[in-house]
Design a protein around this ligand. Structure first.
Ligand SMILES: *Cc1c(COP(=O)(O)O)cnc(C)c1O
Length: 367
């Protein structure tokens, strides 16, 4: 194989259990499996979570939900970001639960739905007052099963935005309760408010995605101690296609952006930006080759990436190197690269590194 990822379903399950343990038995955990489970493979991840007793999953759009149903997933599925008119029939036919984010869409609701409040993120959700919402909800027969919002800055403890959003959301919630509306589920939190123990934002359901895959972004400012321990479930490999020696002064790759300062041994990897290796890693990033960090040299090309293996000249054509994951070196110490480190070097975020792993990268499931 040119390039593949190994996904540990056992680790996904362990991460899910870790989230459940932090929030306790009173809080439902709705694992987010949108974007093909952050490229870990939505059906396989969903099946593993169902085996752990997951009652709820979340996806972004109707297609993603329909795909899971066709793969035999029976858990409740919340469709968080798609209530387009031509998708609504699919919602009903496949037993998916919509999020409604505008009061104008309410009359079109024919199944139990969750209503999204824009509490200050300025993205999806209604900004109407509690009175307006109550009137609109009471005018339609479908059941308001959940009330939700989403935070813009939950990892930034130097910002007041999350407290302001909480205050707005609580105001709407108490206004609706005063009007006699009692949605069964109240939810707002993704990974970060769970990981840093912001209990006031949990209510009775949390929606972690990143944590299920083994990541928690570092918080800014004076965050409370992290309560959640999870580990990455995915490692990413590429095969060495060629190795060669270059004389001092040789140029490497497109644009000749790297010139060998000394005689150098390089390996050419069978993966490039079309596989999801960020182009920005050119001359900056690293991979792990035979247990040692090996620098990426020259530009990342569409299908190929070159690395400096002067420190590990024993590498052969057909060897696998690690783009994300861990290897143990000859002395027994573990060397790792995770999506957060790659993101930092590439000037992006770990979510984007994971979601960027392209469809042509094969997936292998391990326990
Ligand atoms: C993606 C998403 C989540 C999950 O966020 P993580 O940071 O990955 O845990 C939760 N809620 C909504 C509305 C989302 O779009």
């Amino acid at each position: 194989m040119r390039s593949w990822v190994e996904v540990s379903l056992g680790q996904i399950r362990a991460n899910y259990r870790a989230v459940r343990k932090v929030v306790g038995s009173e809080v439902e955990v709705m694992a987010v499996v949108k974007a093909d489970a952050y490229r870990h493979g939505a059906p396989e991840v969903a099946r593993a979570l169902e085996a752990e007793g997951a009652n709820w999953l979340a996806v972004s759009n109707v297609d993603e939900g329909v795909y899971l149903r066709r793969q035999g997933i029976r858990a409740r599925i919340l469709v968080m970001a798609d209530f387009l008119p031509d998708e609504r029939a699919g919602l009903e036919e496949f037993g998916l639960t919509p999020v409604i984010h505008s009061l104008e869409d309410l009359p079109a609701a024919r199944v139990p739905y969750h209503l999204k409040i824009d509490s200050g993120m300025g993205r999806l959700g209604t900004r109407a007052s509690a009175e307006e919402i109550a009137r609109a909800v009471q005018a339609v027969p479908a059941n308001l099963e959940g009330l939700m919002t989403h935070f813009a800055s939950s990892g930034n403890y130097e910002s007041r935005q999350t407290d302001d959003q909480l205050a707005h959301f609580e105001g709407v919630l108490s206004g609706l309760r005063a009007a006699g509306l009692t949605p069964h589920y109240i939810h707002a939190s993704g990974t970060i408010p769970v990981a840093y123990g912001r209990k006031a934002a949990w209510w009775n359901l949390v929606r972690p995605g990143h944590a299920i895959y083994g990541y928690v972004s570092p918080a800014r400012g004076s965050a409370p101690r992290r309560q959640l321990v999870v580990k990455p479930a995915l490692s990413w490999k590429a095969t060495v296609l060629a190795v060669k020696n270059l004389e001092a002064g040789s140029l490497i790759g497109y644009g000749g952006i790297h010139r060998a300062a000394r005689p150098m041994r390089i390996a050419v990897l069978a993966a490039g930006y079309a596989d999801g290796i960020p182009h920005r890693l050119g001359n900056r990033g690293h991979v792990i080759a035979r247990g040692k960090l090996a620098p990426i040299i020259g530009a990342v090309s569409m299908d190929l990436t070159t690395i400096d293996i002067s420190a590990s000249p024993e590498i052969r054509v057909g060897d696998a190197v690690t783009l994300l994951g861990s290897e143990t070196d000859v002395s027994g110490s573990v060397v790792s690269i995770d999506a957060q480190q790659v993101a930092k070097v590439a000037g992006t975020i770990s979510y984007s590194v994971l979601c960027g792993i392209s469809a042509r990268v094969k997936r292998v499931y391990v326990d």
